[in-house]
Design a protein around this ligand. Structure first.
Ligand code: ADP
Ligand code: ASP
Ligand code: MG
Length: 401
């Protein structure tokens, strides 16, 4: 068997944890398996690198940020290889350059295009444990890139697909995927199984337990994906294609605080306004999430949209510089997007109404709403995030079915 095992930052945060991971991997290796390990930077090292960078330059060039980020993962893999060697097992660490993980050139948010598997296969043939840096890649000009925060999960799944691995295990600091973030919702329950589609929505909507691209890739290539704890041997959560019989009405609730609301008030109520506005934003690579347009009144209308906090300031600058068709602009940062996800929603009316009733009972005002076939999202005041998540969790009795 060939297994890919990925360990996140907390799982390799210190010497003891590094040896814990080394031993777990060696156990697999001694069963005769080929073992490929993907690691994140130790503990909060990536955050520390950001602080260091911003201390030097509050607005660091994205290319140099990626250059800096790569040392975090590189430190982890080298130390892990040393630990395994100390335990008497041959191991080799490889960074994105040495493997050749080819990505697009979008610094900080690159996409994996192709992984050369030859070097890894050669090392495995020599019965070595191969330890690969997560999160990083190399573009066609040989610049380092990174895949976005939390991107090591995506490295692991992509490697599993490229190597045709029998499984991809994501080891983290919780026992698996829960009905909500267990640190925010004490009543959250671990799910034994979740569908790729639901997991993709949850990951995209703020459930940071998996990087959303990793789920997309797992679905695309049918990777057998498991999320489990690095600190115990409990069975984790299997992410897979789920049959319709097993579909839950609502399987989880997630919150995303990295969102800002921008409203343009007093636009002309005529064709082309939305096109011009969003075209300016698209040309500057600003990803817009929720969009709301009011009905026209007295030949004017308003358009509201949300974007990430990082993009918000740039979005406002672009609007002010290029789009002069509004009377007033209003920006609100203290908002959170709370979402429920469930494949069973498709065929069951009333799910959205139940969520809105729950928020009404809690006295929480809804600022924006958006839905898809398997999701309902609301934008509310950030201070209500945890109250809303807990109330919704209880209202839908999540984890009890
Ligand atoms: P790692 O460093 O191992 O990649 P992350 O911090 O990226 O770990 O992801 C694990 C964290 O994700 C958990 O500690 C938990 O707080 C958070 N999380 C958010 N939503 C969920 C969820 N639905 N199920 C499990 N964990 C969640
Ligand atoms: N170290 C990177 C981060 O903190 C990548 C990862 O952990 O997956 O975002
Ligand atoms: Mg993570």
């Amino acid at each position: 068997m060939l297994v890919v095992k990925k360990f996140g930052g907390t799982s390799v945060a210190n010497k003891e944890r590094i040896y814990n991971v080394a031993n777990r991997c060696i156990e697999d290796y001694k069963k005769g398996n080929d073992v490929v390990v993907v690691l994140s930077a130790m503990g909060k090292y990536t955050d520390e690198l950001i602080d260091k960078a911003k201390d030097i330059n509050p607005n660091p060039p994205k290319r140099e940020m990626d250059m800096l980020y790569t040392i975090g993962e590189q430190m982890s893999v080298a130390l892990m290889a040393m630990a395994m060697n100390h335990l008497g097992v041959p191991a080799v660490s490889l960074n994105a350059f040495q493997v050749s993980m080819h990505t697009t050139s979008v610094y900080g948010n690159a996409r994996l295009k192709r992984i050369d598997s030859e070097r890894i296969r050669n090392e495995l043939e020599q019965r070595k444990i191969v330890i690969v840096t997560g999160f990083q890649g190399v573009d066609k000009f040989d610049n380092y890139t990174t895949l976005g925060r939390g991107g090591s999960d995506t490295t692991a799944v992509a490697l599993a697909a490229a190597l045709n691995a029998d499984s991809c295990e994501i080891f983290t600091d919780v026992d698996g995927v829960f009905t909500a973030d267990p640190r925010k919702v004490p009543a959250a329950k671990k799910l034994d199984v979740i569908s790729y589609d639901e997991m993709l929505e949850l990951a995209t909507l703020g459930a940071g337990v998996l990087h959303n691209r990793s789920v997309e890739l797992a679905k695309k290539y049918g990777v057998h994906l498991v999320v489990r704890s690095s600190l115990n041997t409990a069975e984790g959560t299997i992410v897979k294609e789920v049959g319709s019989m097993e579909k839950m009405l609502v399987s989880g609730v997630a919150a995303d605080k990295d969102t800002t609301r921008i409203s343009l008030i007093g636009l002309k109520d005529e064709p082309g306004v939305a096109f011009r506005l969003f075209n300016h934003l698209a040309r500057h690579n600003i990803n817009v999430d929720m969009i709301l347009q009011s009905v026209g009144r007295d030949s004017t209308k308003d358009i509201t949209f949300t974007t990430t906090e990082d993009n918000a300031q740039e979005a406002v600058e672009i609007v002010e510089r290029h789009f002069h068709e509004y009377e007033k602009i209003d920006v609100e940062k203290d908002v959170v997007k709370v979402s429920i996800v469930g494949a069973g929603m498709q065929s069951n009316p009333g799910v959205a109404a139940k969520m809105f009733e729950c928020l009404y009972d809690e006295g929480i005002n809804i600022k924006m709403i958006s839905t898809s076939e398997i999701r309902v999202s609301v934008l509310i005041g950030e201070k209500y995030a945890e109250k809303a998540m807990n109330a919704i969790h209880e209202k839908f009795s999540l984890g009890d079915n």
